[in-house]
Design a protein around this ligand. Sequence first.
Ligand code: SAM
Length: 275
Amino acid sequence: MIFPIKLNKDFFKYIPTNNFPCVYNPSKILDEGCNRLHYIRAVSNLKFSGVFKTTTSNRFLKTIIKLSERLVNIDDSVILEVGASIGTTTLDIQSQLKYKRYFATDLNISLFYKIIGKWVFFFDKNNNLILVTNDFFIFYVNDLKCGIIKKYLLKKIPNHIELESTQLIDPDLVKLNSNKIVFTEYDIFTAWNRDKVDIVIAANILNLAYFTVSQISLACSNLAKALHDDGMLIVVDNRDVEKSTIFKWNGINYEILNRINGGTEIESIILEIII
Ligand SMILES: C[S@@+](CC[C@H](N)C(=O)[O-])C[C@H]1O[C@@H](n2cnc3c(N)ncnc32)[C@H](O)[C@@H]1O
């Protein structure tokens, strides 16, 4: 990250900050009564191990429509969404597709924190400090090249602290309270140990900005093993325009069924996988 320290946009909203890197304060998610829009905006600025939680509604409608055309007359699919962030995209998908069970999963579904005065210290599930905020600044700790600033931040944390935690989940998904949707932790680099699924959706996670070729290959091999034969893997990339590829897993390798806007950049990696 070029600027690991950003201005807190919530504070600087009335001051022109066009020439400065600034973000909405992720600490907003801790405010009671934080509305959904602000929650999504704030959570999107969290970064765990090099990957942002960025999400938003209606990101890949063309892909969902194409998928729903393929699923006409099928209402008992089991869906696995990986890297679903807080489940905002889950809400879009589940409203347009018929399904029997929906696993909405992400590696980081909990956030740990400690508030010390005006400072908020955020940790991942392994107790690694990932982010620090105050009224003016947001510090992306892992991207800080300057050891002095890191040391300064770490010094503020007392030796023995008890962390609080919060689940990272879209307030509307909580409200929906569907017994068909399971929101749970899953790391794409590990085997999927639950029931086999008919559809895997991986949106804005499997790309070369986040992972290497061999990591993507490992993840898609794991996802192949999670799929029934003739199941589908849908890979979406929203970086410029909505691009996606719908693959079929035929039991041995993946085949391409559809492409939206030219498809995703990782098609060739996925097509090389043989199990
Ligand atoms: C950019 S967000 C995409 C969110 C959502 N799919 C969307 O399109 O709006 C990427 C998500 O992948 C998750 N992630 C990162 N590494 C992961 C891993 N190894 N396994 C599962 N999820 C992971 C992050 O926590 C983050 O929520």
